[in-house]
Design a protein around this ligand. Structure first.
Ligand SMILES: Cc1cc2nc3c(=O)[nH]c(=O)nc-3n(C[C@H](O)[C@H](O)[C@H](O)COP(=O)(O)O)c2cc1C
Length: 363
């Protein structure tokens, strides 16, 4: 079995190892969703990752409901990303953009109108806004016209990602956002071609993947799911059946890689995880499978040894350890992530986590 340090390819992309950086929203862009120079520094510090998956990045104003998160729908945003991807490439890294429409989780303060979703529902809990937390508002069900427009927005954002220098894109199909609001049954009560049977619930995701692939080539496309955990009010009564069908669909489409946020029962990120679906997906999907959540070096290698995962994506550990790859290699202690600075602005808790050589230099 390969080691975490062995190279791997996804489509045309040669990756130097299987230790990937999971997507992490950090709120360091401008209010206009333009990336900042600080973001170039942060991502370049982590370029030893085999692959960096960017923080979730809005495909449209309508779809972006997180304060100071970046976007990919304006030229200014494309220009803002260029120094980021250039810095990562100059440091020897590879980076894809995670494309995001938050659906019912967009508060009107940010999105600019009533949010939409697969069905008319209201998300539980509270939205982050520039004025603090506010309750979510009721979403309306997307019309066919809305769906066609949003699919077009995904395709445009993917084109913009390539213009901005990204090596590809990852569709955010996880964590209760719009793609997930169509896929998993608890949020989708439609009775048209986009809801009801599993096949119909797969339709929106399929149209998004096809539209993006038509623009940038399917070789540059991946997708993330959170199949076995309730996320922001979204789950499914039969994850194995749903994600087996997803795996078959991705195989037909030729999507070369997926990433699963698939926590175990003792996860420190979300609770109530059910049985993993990755073994069932593996049986029907020949692409690269990256697994995520709660991994450390030894547990990550164990999943590769089992043959279920080809790569492992690390979230909070990469956030807090810019040189995570080296730390895993030598079995060094890890810095602890500081939750207080996850979504604050500025450099603190962002670009100032010490690397080992920095600690040695300071000693
Ligand atoms: C601060 C923070 C921001 C996150 N932002 C995103 C995001 O933008 N997109 C996404 O798919 N998941 C996001 N997640 C989930 C992580 O990608 C990952 O699934 C989670 O941290 C569990 O993995 P870990 O145990 O390696 O940290 C975020 C998690 C954290 C802690």
């Amino acid at each position: 079995m390969p080691s975490l340090f062995d190279p791997i390819a996804i489509g045309p992309l040669a990756l130097k190892n299987r230790i990937w950086m999971a997507p992490l929203t950090r709120g360091r862009a401008t209010k206009e969703a333009v990336p900042t120079p600080l973001m170039a520094q942060y991502y370049a510090q982590r370029a030893e990752a085999g692959l960096i998956i960017s923080e979730a990045t809005g495909i449209s104003r309508e779809g972006l409901g997180w304060p100071f998160a970046p976007g990919l729908w304006t030229d200014a945003q494309v220009e803002g990303w260029k120094p980021v991807t250039q810095a990562v490439h100059a440091a020897g890294g590879r980076m894809v953009a995670q494309l995001w429409h938050m659906g019912r989780l967009v508060h009107p303060d940010l999105g600019g109108g009533q949010p939409l979703s697969s069905s008319a529902t209201t998300a539980p809990h509270h939205a982050h806004t520039y004025e603090g937390n506010k309750p979510y508002v009721a979403a309306r069900a997307a019309t066919r016209k809305d769906i066609a427009r949003i699919v077009g927005d995904y395709a445009r954002a993917a084109v913009n990602a390539i213009r901005a220098g990204f090596d590809g894109i990852q569709v955010h199909g996880a964590n209760g956002y719009l793609v997930d609001q169509f896929l998993r049954a608890s949020a989708n009560s439609r009775d048209d071609d986009y809801g009801g049977s599993i096949d119909k619930r797969l339709r929106f995701m399929t149209e998004v993947l096809e539209a993006i692939s038509a623009e940038i080539g399917v070789d540059r496309v991946g997708i993330r799911y959170s199949p076995n955990i309730l996320s922001q009010g979204v789950d499914d009564p039969d994850p194995i059946a749903l994600y087996t069908a997803v795996a078959k669909r991705l195989e037909q489409l030729g999507v070369p890689w997926i990433e699963l946020r698939e926590p175990g029962p003792d996860s420190t990120f979300g609770s109530g995880a059910t049985e993993p679906v990755s073994p069932a997906m593996r049986a029907h999907y020949s692409g690269v499978i990256a697994l995520n959540s709660d991994y450390l070096g030894d547990t990550a290698q164990a999943r590769i040894d089992e043959g279920v995962a080809d790569a492992i994506a690390f979230g909070r550990t990469f956030l807090a350890n810019p040189d995570l790859v080296e730390r895993i290699r030598i079995g060094a202690d890890l810095n602890e992530p500081d939750g207080k600075t996850f979504y604050t602005q500025g450099p603190e808790g962002y670009v100032d986590y010490p690397a080992l050589d920095g600690e040695r230099a300071a000693a």
